[in-house]
Design a protein around this ligand. Structure first.
Ligand code: PGA
Length: 236
């Protein structure tokens, strides 16, 4: 994995944008997308750009279970607001948070992923090292499934909800096995609260206890950090 440290998250996001633009120019047709605060600057740069995704497809990592697409905390809503309304794609795919037949939703999403191999996957990382909603202990060969969010994730995400009780306790998440199938992975991490997870990912062993550590097994992963997220890394 290649690690780049930038002065600011904006500079890192600009670098991520350049990777997305290069992939699009080289014929990438499917982009794996993430939500959360981390990719917001990247999406803002894309919105202001002349990149054209009308022939491309998007598959998202995850969605809260129980939230309809028009709920302003759903990831479907986030993607429309931050990217899709300004930059239409030929197809966009996000798990349906209100699916009543959970098994069918999972099967359908895995079919979508196998029919649309991801060329470039954008990833954030949780303060506990999760990628997507693949929490600690997630098998490295996992596919899409309904997962229980850990308390750490619920605590981290409650800032977006009126109260902790409103944070969904489950989510559909693309599995780690599917993430690893992406041709290129661009993980971004910003801020002091990600520094420990970044250190464990980069310097620690490859272990399900730190889901992002599995990216060491992927041949084309780039990690883009701001100074704060890189602050616990060995400078060498
Ligand atoms: P954040 O979330 O971008 O809002 O920090 C990242 C994650 O939990 O994967």
């Amino acid at each position: 994995m290649n690690i780049f440290v930038f002065e600011t998250s904006l500079e890192a996001s600009q670098y991520a944008y350049d990777l997305v633009a290069k992939a699009l120019e080289s014929g990438a047709s499917t982009f794996g997308l993430a939500t959360g605060s981390t990719p917001e600057e990247l999406y803002s740069i894309i919105r202001d750009s002349d990149l054209d995704f009308t022939d491309a497809k998007a598959v998202n990592l995850d969605e809260y279970y129980g939230l309809p697409a028009d709920n302003d905390q759903s990831y479907a809503y986030f993607m429309k607001k931050h990217l899709f309304d300004a930059k239409p794609f030929a197809q966009t795919h996000i798990p349906n948070g209100t699916a009543t037949d959970v098994e069918k939703e999972i099967e359908d999403y895995n079919t979508i992923l196998s029919e649309n191999p991801v060329d470039l996957q954008i990833l954030g990382i949780g303060s506990n090292g999760h990628i997507g909603f693949n929490e600690q202990g997630s098998p490295f060969d996992s596919k899409t499934r309904l997962v229980d969010l850990t308390d750490e994730t619920i605590q981290a995400n409650k800032r977006n909800f009126e109260s902790e009780a409103d944070v969904p306790k489950k989510a559909f998440s693309m599995g780690i096995g599917s993430i690893l199938e992406s041709k290129q992975i661009v993980l971004m991490a910003f801020g002091e609260n990600k520094a420990k997870a970044v250190k464990e990912t980069v310097h620690g062993e490859v272990t399900p206890n730190v889901p992002a550590s599995v990216l060491k097994n992927h041949s084309n992963t780039v990690i883009l950090l701001d100074k704060a997220a890189a602050s616990q890394l060995d400078p060498s």
